[in-house]
Design a protein around this ligand. Structure first.
Ligand code: ADP
Ligand code: ZN
Length: 740
């Protein structure tokens, strides 16, 4: 009799065994989905193994597989094997790991057997196209302009034409009658990521690009597995290198995955890929509907589309015969998934590429010290782009503004120093643009009572509430949904002595309006620009409708804004003070990346960094743009303090509504960890997490640190297999990124 080992989407570690009837035996293959009973529920699972029963297994108590969903395995072997290895590495339940690779439509048990036949059909819209080589009819009114537009821009939706020319419909009708234009129904493309883009002319590569492309394509052509670190300063043309490598890979008949940080996944970037690679690209982003996601997944799985671009989850795209995996801005923290299966897409990109005999390219202007160390030890091949691609644009000059020595700026505030103010004035006078960066949204990060000293705190989380003036003076928690109306009296002592402390982007915006009357100011942060809206704001900057753009991290990423010549960092110290061994690395990366927004268009750029720690290497080396020196400095620190990449870390977090219970479980598990650890793994803690309460739950944790990967794995398995009190949530985080 055939038995099937099945991964089910439940948060339990084990894989379940079912018996397979004669009738279903042919369809129960590794990688296929099957319908199974789990308790009283029916759930979809993925077959990991189908094999003849070993004599010692008693089958009587095994439930049968109820049905087979896929005639052919839904997950290709390459992807399935990768997922299993990922699951083992992160000590994650195999069923949850499988879900990473299946779009919701594919995993919904309610849809069960019909799931595979769900077709994606969007709303149909009318699209007008010019008929090539048609004789030009006699035209009047709007018709000539519309025909010209269709010839130069390609097929265009009727609604889009009407937006530009109110009488377009009648004119198109006349053009159709004259045989110059055809009108047909097509699926609606509401998605700004799927618009058609005219093909571009590939630029002549710089010698450094030539060298990088050569190194990468050589390995592609030889089908050698190889991983690269592409270290190229901002605007050095890394994207051009990815494009060339992708084109070559497709020519060789193999597929491509490109991962970018979610925040960098803009229509602008996607347009560059479409312009070079055509429209057969699956763009996987968070704004997709389930149907669209499913349609893309299907077309990748069938091999019809061979390239996937997306944020971290695109790592699991079922691209056929994978040949190249690119991770752009590989240092970016958003590649780490912070819930469920806590994988790191950059680390796992290396694994997937390696297993698929593919080439992996990690690109960044500021490589993570982990990747830099891998390059140093020869496990990544280093290729460099040391200068900006366009000869005329040099890296910007950066200067430090020492806030300890410089008095208050205009308006009596220390937020914008005199030198920065002068630089802003000069930039605006020259009709150029400036970006000001502050990693804090809202008006002020806390409201404090001057009488009793108490800070307004979130009732659910152990953090101060941020005052948001633009949201009707609300006090908002940045960790949970809590918000409350601002009060006039302190809730603790009743005094009317509440003071706004510190500054966020909103406050900077209002200070700028005061000190630079007449300047056009815009703000870019999550409050004004969720999802697509950020593109609209950036578009206004591109068009020259904005003089100063104030923003959070959102302004530091990838944007190409040629007229920006000044970048001001308002407070470099904020990131340095985080309770995280990576604080210096993050600060350095942030400073270099934001500085990289200046002077991309040929005019020289200038960067001013306001700080109270002007001697800190993360600041001084960012000023000189010295990635190598910073990496050396930081690696020496890490070695000294026994931090990654010289050791491995895992965080084990406990959360529950009851503080004492959480602490007790953390303590109990720390003891178990010590038992398994022997002398090879350090157990640090348990202790309350830096964010001691979050969404009404208390948080405790301990950390494991070791040089011995195998032993760490044994300890983590020991923990994962121990039952936790049902009221407590335990999470294992291997190679943690967030230390909060
Ligand atoms: P990065 O990805 O390193 O930040 P980009 O690929 O965005 O850099 O390139 C920066 C700018 O330089 C873009 O406007 C791009 O079109 C241009 N560029 C890239 N390569 C070349 C080249 N070989 N010749 C001319 N311009 C180039
Ligand atoms: Zn909260």
């Amino acid at each position: 009799m055939l038995l099937a080992r099945v991964a089910l989407p439940v948060p339990l570690g084990q894989v379940f065994t079912y018996q397979v009837s004669e009738a279903l035996a042919a369809g129960v293959k590794r990688g296929a989905r099957v319908l199974c009973e789990l308790g009283k529920r029916k759930v979809l699972g993925v077959v990991l193994e189908a094999s003849e029963r070993a004599p010692e297994i008693a089958v009587e108590r095994l439930k049968p597989v109820l049905g087979v969903v896929d005639p052919e395995p839904v997950l290709p072997e390459e992807l399935l094997g990768f997922l299993q290895e990922l699951g083992r590495y992160y000590v994650a339940p195999m069923g949850e790991v499988m879900e990473l690779a299946l779009p919701a439509v594919e995993r919904s048990a309610a849809l069960t057997l019909e799931a595979a036949s769900v077709k994606a059909v969007g709303r149909l819209v009318q699209v007008a196209s010019a008929v090539p080589d048609a004789p030009v009819p006699k035209l009047r009114g709007r018709a000539p302009a519309i025909l010209e537009h269709l010839k130069s821009h390609g097929p265009t939706e009727l609604t889009a034409l009407e937006a530009e020319w109110p009488s377009a419909r009648a004119a198109v009708a006349r053009l159709v009658e004259a045989g110059a234009v055809t009108l047909e129904k097509r699926e609606e493309t509401v998605d700004p990521f799927t618009v058609n883009v005219p093909a571009d002319e590939p630029p002549k590569l710089t010698p450094a690009q030539e060298n990088a492309v050569g190194a990468i394509t050589l390995r592609l052509e030889r089908s050698e597995k190889r991983a690269f670190l592409l270290e190229g300063v901002t605007a050095s043309g890394k994207t051009e290198v990815y494009l060339r490598a992708a084109v070559r890979c497709l020519e060789l008949g193999r597929g491509v995955i490109v991962l970018v940080p979610e925040i960098a996944l803009t229509p602008q970037l996607v347009a560059r890929f479409r312009a070079r690679l055509g429209s057969r690209i699956a763009v996987l982003h968070s704004g997709l509907g389930e149907r669209e996601r499913h349609a893309m997944w299907r077309s990748l799985r069938s091999g019809e589309v061979r390239i996937a671009v997306g944020a971290r989850s695109a790592l699991f795209a079922p691209v056929q015969s994978l040949g190249l995996v690119v991770v752009d801005e590989e240092h970016d923290g958003s590649f780490k998934q912070e819930e469920g299966v806590r994988y790191h897409a950059r680390d796992m990109a290396l694994l997937r590429a390696h297993r698929a005999d593919a080439v992996c390219v990690l690109g960044s202007a500021t490589p993570s010290v982990t990747s830099a160390e891998l390059a140093e030890s020869g496990r990544l091949e280093l290729v460099e782009l040391p200068a900006r691609a366009r000869a005329e644009s040099a890296l910007p000059e950066a200067e430090i503004v020492d806030l300890r020595r410089i008095g208050p700026g205009p308006g009596g505030e220390r937020l914008i120093s005199v030198p920065l103010f002068r630089a802003l004035e000069a930039t605006i006078a020259a009709r150029e643009q400036a970006i000001l960066f502050l990693n804090r949204r809202g008006f002020s990060p806390s409201v404090v009572c001057a009488a009793c000293g108490k800070i307004g705190e979130c009732p659910n989380c152990a953090v101060a509430l941020t005052l948001h003036r633009a949201r009707r003076e609300a006090l908002v928690c940045h960790y949970c949904d809590h918000h409350e109306a601002r009060r006039t009296k302190c809730p603790h002592c009743g005094e009317e002595a509440l003071v706004e402390e510190g500054a966020g982007t909103e406050r900077i915006e209002s200070v700028l309006a005061e000190i630079l009357p007449g300047a056009r100011i815009a703000r870019l942060d999550r409050d004004v620009a969720a999802g697509q809206k950020s593109e609209r704001i950036l578009d206004r900057v591109r068009k020259g409708d904005v003089d100063v753009l104030v923003g959070t991290q959102m302004v530091t990423k990838g944007h190409d804004l040629p007229n920006v010549t000044l970048v001001g960092v308002l407070n470099a110290d904020a990131a340095l003070s985080l309770p995280d061994y990576r604080a210096a690395e993050r600060t350095f990366q942030l400073l270099v990346q934001v500085a990289g927004r200046a002077g991309r268009g040929g005019k020289p750029g200038r960067v001013l960094i306001q700080t109270r720690q002007p001697e800190h290497p993360a600041v001084t080396l960012a000023v000189t743009h010295d990635v190598k020196a910073f990496t050396r400095y930081e690696l020496a620190q890490r070695r000294e303090l026994d931090y990654p990449p010289y050791t491995r870390l895992a965080l084990v977090r406990f959360e529950a509504a009851d503080d004492a219970l959480t602490q007790r479980e953390a303590l109990r598990f720390a003891k178990i960890a010590k038992h398994w650890a022997e002398s090879d793994v350090e157990v640090l803690g348990p202790a309350p997490a830096p964010l001691a309460r979050l969404r009404g739950r208390y948080r405790h944790r301990f950390m494991l640190r070791t040089k011995d990967r195998t032993r760490l794995h044994i300890v983590l398995l020991g923990l994962a297999r121990t039952a936790v009190d049902r009221r407590v949530r335990m999470a294992i985080d291997v190679d943690p990124v967030s230390m909060l």
